[in-house]
Every structure is written in structure tokens, then in C-alpha cells.
Design a protein around this ligand. Structure first.
Ligand code: UD1
Length: 417
């Protein structure tokens, strides 16, 4: 696997267009399984998680074609309802295929995605919700055999936590189910509304996404359709932070400022000037970033857990001490050990990270531990004096399209080596 080499300390300035959202495109690609004929998905980022989703679709018998950022999926040849363990393991969010396969065929075999990248990631809420819809689930040798003997039926479901993936799985399973499904305490993330917009454009009847009360009226069939994926709000935050740690400025196009209210507020508190205009943001960093009052990750519209590593990396060079509280995942601070190699002063205990800003970071070799933690290392390297090397970048490639090319375009001294 190549490494990313960065000579830090260069001020970044320029304009970037933001890729489609990873967390939208994955459930939308799963959702194509529910549609008859060919679906066309635009603004589909070239990232490895999308490649894995396409591999899963291929394995299930679907035809997939990519032309630039447009992907065509023809599900008419689907002849399989099992996802092999090797593909399940490659991407934890592959679990979102479960609701879609069940919706299409009434049965599915997947393995437990498990894993510990951010601490335990159980799927109990997904499974108990699907059981309420008539699915019986047997676990044998690490495989989950899921069957809806009499077809999926609508249900009244209360989520004990507003899980993003569980909300998506239920919507996917409910779109073609018999009768009405209600989700109480549903997740409200914009990527869920994007999935519903895609399915509704194919003829589904899904109402209330963006609120915590979602209704899905099952329909007989879904048609082929076209859909454009919303911009990735976490990638947008990453490029703003890249400008911020180098004292630079950046104009982002293809962004949705309304999806980023909590994140923009933290950037503003650190002294950045942010000017949203329609689907673009003009961003300028202050001479020295300021400490910010305690930031807490929360479910949407709260501060996104995925932007935590990005903001923490930025605060390592702010003036003063800031506190971050991680409320969504149990163990999301592994990357902070790598940030410390750059000279960052961070102490973590349980959910809390205390970041004491320093004047300067210094270049070093770091290894990515996960996707957003990897992005945090890139930010540290951009801010640091000297040449840094970042390894294990396969984590970054899961979610960032051409990150080296983009940073190069706005003035970074960066190469993939
Ligand atoms: C999605 C996002 C991920 C983001 C996360 C929270 C995708 C592909 N990934 O992940 O980038 O960080 O939302 O915004 O969209 N939980 C359970 N049981 C379950 C399901 C979840 O206990 O059955 C717990 C999880 O362990 C975690 C919390 O709920 O602590 C949030 O998880 P969830 O909202 O489901 O996140 P994902 O859908 O996995």
C-alpha cells in the first residue's frame, strides 16, 4: 500500500468541489436492489467503500457500470441472496444490504459485520426491528440466516437508539413490505432523507425523513430511476479544517451548508469566517485559531461523531485548551496516539479528550487507524514543519475521493508514494 507524503506548513488556498456523500451512496446502492430494471446514480464518489458495494451487487448477480461519477446498476439478473463473509468484512456498513435483499427476495444470509474500529458495533437494533417485520433470524457459525416466510409485513417500531444504519435497513425492508411501517425515534441524518428521496423517486411512499417519526407505506414494486447523491458534509469539514490549520482560505462548491450547521458553528467559534452562499461556502481562517467551548458529538442535528477527529486535529494548533466529548462510539480516540507523534498535546479518558493547543506540530511518520482518524493525520501533517509520511492509507481511501489531488490543487506539497 502506498503512503502519503506531505511537506507541511504551506498555506492552502483555492476552490474545491465536494464529492457525493459516502454515507448516502452506500444505502442508495443497496436500495437499487429493490428497483426493477436499471438505476442510475450520479455524484457517486470514487472511493473503495463504493467499490466494495459494487462488488456485493455483482456477487448478487447485478450488472454495474461506472462512467466517471455516474454508476448504472441493473438488478434484473439478481440470482443470489447471500453476501460472503469476505465482502461483509471488507466494509462494516455492508449490513445495510440486509434490509434491501430481504425486501427483494424475502431471505438473506450475511455474516455478522462485527469489528472494533470504533469500539463494538452491534447490529441488535437492526435485527430486532427486522424481526418485528416478520423476519426470523438464526445465527450459525457466524452466519445470520434471515427469512421472512410469509413475506415482510409493516410494523410499529421504536428504536432504543436512533441508529442511522438501523433506520436505513428498516426503510429498505419496508419499502416493498405489506402494509405500513412506522419508525419512532428514527435517526434524522440527511443521508437518510437522501435514501428516501431515491426510493420515492422510484415509486416508494416514505414520509417524515428528517424527523424522528417516519412512515413507510409498502408498495407493490419500484421502478428504475435516476438519483444524484447529496454532498459529503464530513469531507467538506475536512477541507475546511485543512485550510484552517494552514492559515488558508477555501471556497467549497457542491456543499449543503444547511446539513452542516453544528459543524460550521464550531469552526466559527474557533475564529474562522464562514460565508455560505446557496450550495457553496467561502471559508477564511483567522491568524491563530482559538480554543472552543466543549464540543459534544450527538446524533443529527448535533455535532457529527465523524467530524470529531477532524476538529480535534484542528484544535491541536489552536490557542488554548479545548474539550471534546464523544457520545456515539465507545472507543474513537485510537488515532490520538498517532496525533501525539506530531507533537499534539491530547489527553483522553473514556469519552473525553482534552486538547491543549500548541504553536506548531512537527513532521513525523504516522499510521492511519480508521477513516476519519486517518484524515486527522493528514491535517496534522499539513500543519507540521517538515516532511511527514502517513501509512495504512487504505482507511482514508474508503471515504475520500482523490484527497491527494484535491489538496495538491489548493497548494499542498503532497504526494502518493
Ligand atoms: C453511521 C455512519 C457512520 C457514523 C454513524 C453515526 C454510515 C455508512 N455510517 O454508522 O459514519 O459515524 O452513523 O453517525 O452511514 N448501535 C447499537 N446497536 C445497533 C446499531 C447501532 O448499539 O443495532 C450503536 C452503535 O454501536 C453506536 C451507535 O449505536 O454506538 C450509533 O450507531 P449507528 O447510528 O447505527 O451508526 P452506523 O449506522 O453504524
Amino acid at each position: 500500500m502506498p503512503e502519503i507524503k506531505i511537506k507541511g506548513g504551506k498555506r492552502l488556498s483555492g476552490e474545491l468541489c465536494i464529492q457525493g456523500a459516502k454515507n448516502s451512496v452506500l444505502p442508495v446502492l443497496a436500495g437499487t436492489l429493490l428497483c426493477d430494471g436499471e438505476c442510475i446514480v450520479h455524484n457517486c464518489p470514487e472511493i473503495s467503500d463504493v467499490d466494495i458495494s459494487l462488488k456485493i451487487l455483482n456477487f448478487l448477480g447485478c450488472g454495474c457500470k461506472r462512467e466517471g461519477n455516474t454508476v448504472r446498476v441493473d438488478t434484473s439478473g439478481m440470482n443470489n441472496d447471500e453476501i460472503p463473509d469476505s465482502l461483509m468484512r471488507e466494509m462494516r456498513s455492508s449490513v445495510v444490504f440486509l434490509g434491501a435483499i430481504l425486501g427483494r427476495t424475502g431471505k438473506a444470509v450475511i455474516s455478522n459485520p462485527g469489528g472494533c474500529e470504533l469500539g463494538p458495533r452491534p447490529i441488535d437494533i437492526h435485527l430486532s426491528s427486522l424481526e418485528k417485520m416478520g423476519v426470523s433470524i438464526k445465527e450459525e457459525h457466524g452466519l445470520l440466516y434471515c427469512t421472512a416466510e410469509n413475506g415482510l409485513k409493516g410494523a410499529d417500531i421504536y428504536l432504543s437508539f436512533p441508529s442511522v444504519g438501523a433506520t436505513e435497513n428498516i426503510i429498505l425492508a419496508a419499502a416493498l413490505a405489506k402494509g405500513k411501517t412506522v419508525i419512532h425515534n428514527a435517526a434524522r441524518e440527511p443521508e437518510i432523507s437522501d435514501l428516501a428521496d431515491f426510493l420515492n423517486s422510484a415509486g416508494a411512499r416514505i414520509y417524515g425523513c428528517g424527523s424522528d417519526y417516519i412512515e413507510v407505506y409498502g408498495v407493490e414494486r419500484l421502478n428504475s430511476t435516476q438519483h444524484t447523491i447529496i454532498p459529503d458534509r464530513i469531507v467538506a469539514a475536512t477541507y475546511m479544517a485543512a485550510a484552517a490549520v494552514t492559515g488558508g482560505d477555501i471556497t467549497l462548491c457542491n456543499v449543503m451548508p444547511s446539513h452542516m450547521v453544528s459543524t460550521l458553528s464550531v469552526f466559527r467559534e474557533s475564529g474562522c469566517i464562514i460565508d455560505p452562499h446557496g450550495k457553496s461556502i467561502v471559508f477564511k481562517s483567522p491568524e491563530r485559531l482559538k480554543r472552543v467551548p466543549t464540543v459534544r458529538s450527538l446524533v443529527y442535528p448535533g455535532f457529527p461523531t465523524d467530524a470529531g477527529p477532524i476538529i480535534i486535529a484542528m484544535l491541536t494548533v489552536a490557542n488554548g485548551t479545548s474539550v471534546f466529548v464523544e457520545n456515539i462510539f465507545e472507543s474513537r480516540y485510537k488515532y490520538t496516539d498517532e496525533l501525539k507523534r506530531f507533537g499534539a498535546k491530547i489527553k483522553t479518558e473514556g469519552k473525553v479528550a482534552v486538547v491543549e493547543g500548541v504553536e506548531r506540530l512537527s513532521a513525523t511518520a504516522g499510521k492511519c487507524t480508521d477513516l476519519r482518524g486517518g484524515a486527522a493525520l493528514i491535517l496534522a501533517a499539513l500543519a507540521a514543519e517538515g516532511e511527514s509520511e502517513i501509512g495504512e492509507i487504505q482507511h482514508i481511501l474508503r471515504g475520500y475521493e482523490d484527497i491527494t489531488g484535491n489538496l495538491l490543487r489548493i497548494g499542498a506539497d503532497i504526494k502518493l508514494d
